[in-house]
Design a protein around this ligand. Structure first.
Ligand code: ADP
Ligand code: MG
Length: 738
């Protein structure tokens, strides 16, 4: 009867006898605690010692190593076992609890081996319980004459109402019902709810959970929230009282939840802010700003030769970056600006400041096409001013590569531009002082760290040395997200496009009108404009995607013999890729058929028409990036989103968003709405990994008070900060140090 034993022991009014299972949940490393609370004598070792380490291991895997861990392992949802439904009132589709006496118990063999147990309640109504997997002990547990309390999904079976594999326990006719909701805990396979409940119950009974928030903080930030004390909140969540606001417990808005979420968000903010402060203690190269009266300054000469005037927004972010580069602490700044807002020139100016100060700068981009284009652009700007630029990519011939490596290692190369190739082991820098990462969200944390680590030579003996880092992104992050994900980054935002851009008109066109679209392409090309044709994304198979691109290219080339058509995709040998892009840049190719390799950064201002096939398959950010390839010159641009129906609801929402707005911030906001924050940024690089209870979607309103409290605590109560972080994040805080 192990099942019934456990379930009985769980009910709140059952005597809390420290027994075998109790002991098992407190793993070996904590003996002192057990003796202190004094409950257990040596004789009471577990009855089945072999099972002990296994379950403790599994608990440890859930992160449950101490009583506090267990007490803070809060329910993910609740089950309502407070009421019994008469069998006669059950309706197929319900999840319900009912009770009856077994009057039949048989193993049937058709259509397959199964246990059929029938119960009848006091009113005489019957319910079949069906078990496809079962043990002999279960057959006995449900012997004829036993009263069973069962809970599960009601189905209309062949022989009347049934439940398949219901949760059940034998009861007496006076066994009380739980008075309140039953918690359901996050678990892994092998740790049953019953076991967890008991383990947690015991822990909550033993644990003292002192308030760690200083009185002043509690008064200022908690009191207005009207939330209970911590231990009180924890107890309420594990054992809701019969009179609690059940819907609020279930949907997470109960004051007890608010209390917990606040604590957690506070921990997250503290952690992020501390990482930010810690940066101030590390050393970085000082790069003084050269004044306009120093004509030999690269920055000054560069500005003098720039073919356009910086926008106000560009000037502002340049000033923010320039000022921070003069400090002896590493900059860690995110430069966000919509597609086409002109981030490259801002990066070039930062690089020039580093070079002026005698340091090297490195610029890493996620694709070879983009890196190549940066190289071309920055060379065009800086080489005439005497700067040596090196190019590093996977596709280089051995001899060229050796030359580039030498130039970086000797310091001859003042600016090194490339792809991931820059972070390979063989690459060394003489005096790397500034690291620039374009489209930073395309890189993992590890890759950014690897680039940062290349700077050791520039340390001049300084310990904890870091280069300055400038990360660029065209995927703007809404404010609440920025506060939680990037609280340890400083953010500069370009919120203005260079003048003279004409807005892009976006059209949604069913792919049934493909011929018509091809006609438009011909017309546009013949009037001197250039066109992108983006091939469908085929996520399941790169080969298929490639094949589609080649076929699309061939059909379009045949259908449009009067046009010069080019093809670019990820598998093209780099030299060919570069040749095609070059030809397109020089307007020798009028129609460029492309896969998403052109998604990031490609800049050909004369291109003013883009067709995206199967636009419904792309994500919003991707569509926005793609569309950003047009609208860069003075000609009015058009983006045709061709789609194949039927459209899913989210695909429709995405396409409509694209038609309605070209504002990257608005698109990011809607994208967040459609997808939720986890997917939006990829949890990998985010502070969300620290959140178990609070959700950025539902609890955004708590972020601001948590942030304010974090600032206050860091200022006045540094010891409380440490204790709070230990309790709520423990080892997980390390995760964020990247
Ligand atoms: P993104 O922010 O998407 O990386 P780019 O840096 O590629 O944008 O800039 C887009 C285009 O705008 C480039 O051709 C660039 O030379 C041009 N550009 C940048 N700043 C200005 C400006 N202030 N005035 C005119 N054109 C500019
Ligand atoms: Mg760019």
């Amino acid at each position: 009867m192990p099942l019934s034993d456990r379930r009985l022991a769980l009910s709140p009014d059952a005597p809390d006898a420290p027994g075998a299972a109790d002991d098992a949940v407190t793993p070996a490393p904590k003996p002192a605690k057990r003796t202190k609370t004094g409950g257990v004598e040596p004789a009471e070792v577990p009855k089945k010692p072999a099972a002990l380490p296994k379950t403790a291991d599994k608990l440890a895997k859930l992160g449950l190593k101490s009583d506090i861990d267990l007490a803070l392992h809060l329910p993910m949802r609740y089950e309502d076992e407070t009421t019994l439904m008469p069998i006669g009132e059950l309706i197929p589709g319900d999840n319900a609890q009912t009770e009856g006496i077994v009057f039949e118990n048989e193993i049937a063999y058709r259509p397959r081996r199964q246990l059929l147990v029938k119960i009848r309640d006091d009113a005489g109504d019957e319910l079949t319980l069906r078990f496809l997997n079962f043990y002999g002990s279960q057959v006995k547990q449900m012997a004829v004459g036993v009263r069973l309390r069962v809970r599960g999904d009601v189905r209309g079976g062949f022989f009347g109402l049934e439940m398949v594999h219901p949760a059940l326990r034998p009861v007496d006719d006076d066994t009380p019902l739980p008075q309140a909701l039953t918690p359901v805990y996050p678990s892994t396979a092998g740790v049953s709810q019953a076991y967890l409940r008991k383990a947690i119950d015991n822990a909550v009974g033993r644990v003292s959970l002192p308030e760690l928030l200083p009185e002043k903080i509690a008064r200022t930030y908690l009191q207005p929230l009207n939330v209970p004390g911590l231990l009180d909140a924890v107890k309420t969540l594990h054992h809701p009282r019969a009179d609690s606001d059940e819907p609020a417990l279930v949907d997470g808005t109960h004051p007890a939840w608010t209390r917990i979420k606040f604590e957690e968000l506070l921990a997250q903010q503290l952690s992020l802010k501390r990482a930010h402060e810690e940066r101030r203690t590390r050393a970085a190269p000082v790069m003084p700003r050269r004044s306009l009266h120093e004509p030999d300054s690269l920055v000054v000469r560069f500005l003098g030769t720039l073919p356009f005037r910086l926008t106000g927004a560009q000037e502002r972010v340049c000033a923010e970056i320039a000022a921070e580069l003069t400090l002896p602490h590493p900059m860690q700044r995110l430069l966000q600006g919509d597609v086409g807002s002109g981030k490259t020139v801002v990066a070039a100016l930062a690089a020039a400041q580093a070079i002026d100060a005698g340091y090297q700068a490195a610029l890493m981009a996620p694709t070879e096409i983009l890196a190549e284009q940066h190289a071309r652009k920055l060379r065009g700007w800086l080489e005439p001013l005497g700067v040596t630029v090196a190019w590093l990519a996977g596709s280089l011939k051995t001899r060229e590569k050796r030359a580039a490596l030498e130039a970086a290692a000797s310091g001859v190369a003042q600016l090194v531009i490339g792809t991931h190739a820059i972070i390979q082991d063989a690459v060394e820098f003489a005096r790397l002082g500034l690291v620039i990462v374009d489209e930073q969200h395309r890189f993992g944390v590890a890759q950014r760290l690897a680039l940062r680590a290349k700077a050791q030579n520039a340390a001049d003996g300084a310990r904890d040395f870091q280069p300055h880092q400038l990360m660029m992104s065209a995927t703007p992050i809404p404010r609440t997200l920025a506060m939680t994900y990037y609280a340890d980054l400083d953010v500069s935002t370009i919120d203005e496009l260079p003048p003279g851009r004409t807005p892009i008109l976006t059209k949604l066109v069913s792919d049934a009108r493909r011929e018509e679209v091809i006609g438009r392409v011909r017309e546009a090309a013949l009037t001197g404009r250039q066109v992108y044709w983006v091939c469908p994304l085929i996520e399941e198979s790169e080969t298929l995607q490639l094949q589609t691109a080649v076929e699309t290219y061939e059909t379009l080339a045949t259908t449009l013999p009067e046009l010069r058509v080019g093809l670019v995709h990820g598998r093209l040998p780099p030299a060919e890729k570069a040749a095609v892009m070059d030809a397109f840049t020089r307007n020798e190719v009028q129609l460029l058929v492309a896969t998403t390799v052109i998604e990031v950064g490609v800049d050909v201002p004369n291109a003013s028409l883009m067709v995206i096939e199967h636009a419904e398959r792309f994500g919003l950010a991707q569509l926005h990036q793609l569309r950003g390839r047009v609208g860069r010159g003075s000609a009015a641009s058009v983006c045709v989103l061709m789609y194949a129906g039927p459209l899913s609801q989210t695909a429709r929402a995405r396409l409509q968003t694209m038609r309605e707005t070209t504002d990257g911030f608005e698109i990011a906001r809607r994208d967040l709405e459609i997808r939720g924050p986890g997917e939006f940024l990829g949890a990998r690089q985010s502070g969300e990994a620290m959140l178990r209870f609070a959700s950025l979607e539902n609890d955004a309103w708590l972020i601001e008070p948590a942030r304010a409290a974090a600032d206050h605590m860091l200022r006045e109560f540094p010891d409380a900060v440490t204790r709070h972080l230990l309790r709520w994040l423990g080892a997980r805080e390390q995760y964020l140090k990247a």
